[in-house]
Design a protein around this ligand. Structure first.
Ligand SMILES: C[S@@+](CC[C@H](N)C(=O)[O-])C[C@H]1O[C@@H](n2cnc3c(N)ncnc32)[C@H](O)[C@@H]1O
Length: 197
């Protein structure tokens, strides 16, 4: 090695270290940005006043929902559809099924699952915030078809009396039959009497 070459090598070593330093910083930085982008939509619901974290339906719960859908047809909507498992199960039973979900990653994953399971023609998934749907109970009563059935998992509606209940504990599923709607002169959903504390 020449004298000049020997003098240059510590400088090259320094440049190499700098390059590695930049690479490591860039890798750590982009990993943190990716982690933030993935985690935020999952964590955000938990920071709300009324928290609905992503706790996917169990197999038993899906069976309970499907039981409630027996002998019915028409469109189905899952509000807070998570990874789309209920929407997809319903689509496999022949329903045109729609999921609304706050978390965009879950919406894209649901779309992928529906495509993978061959039911993408009968499913739609939208990114949507249910708290921005004003007064959900009232809206459902006003806008759903006369014979609509609303099925709640894990959280029953606070003011309605369910027409059917199936399952136990976290797998409990409640069904509310909408017996009136625009143009239908039958009765409204029953409202639960106020419980005195
Ligand atoms: C208990 S999980 C149920 C998931 C799915 N329905 C199932 O049974 O597998 C509730 C879902 O609601 C979503 N969610 C929470 N807050 C929401 C909001 N404000 N608008 C729409 N979806 C919401 C969560 O991201 C979560 O995926």
């Amino acid at each position: 090695m020449s004298e000049a070459g020997a003098r240059e090598s510590p400088q090259r070593d320094g440049e190499g270290r700098n390059r590695w330093g930049l690479l490591v910083t860039a890798a750590v930085g982009s990993s943190l940005v990716a982690l933030y982008a993935v985690a935020t939509p999952f964590v955000a619901p938990a920071l709300r006043k009324v928290c609905l974290p992503f706790v996917p339906a169990t197999a038993a719960q899906i069976q309970n929902v499907l039981k409630m859908l027996e002998n019915r047809s028409g469109p189905l909507v899952d509000i807070g559809s998570g990874d789309g498992r209920i929407v997809i199960a319903a689509a496999k039973m022949g329903f045109k099924a729609v999921g609304y979900e706050l978390n965009p990653w879950l919406v894209w994953y649901s779309r992928y699952r529906a495509w993978r399971d061959g039911v993408h023609q009968n499913t739609r998934f939208y990114i949507s915030d249910l708290w921005k749907m004003p007064q959900l109970e009232k809206k459902l009563e006003e806008e759903l078809e006369c014979n609509a059935r609303i099925i709640a998992c894990r959280f029953p509606f606070p003011c309605w009396v369910p027409d059917h209940t199936v399952g136990e504990g976290i797998d409990t599923v409640w069904a509310y039959d909408l017996k009136h709607s625009r143009g239908c002169e039958t009765k409204s959903l029953e409202i639960a009497p106020e419980i005195e504390s």
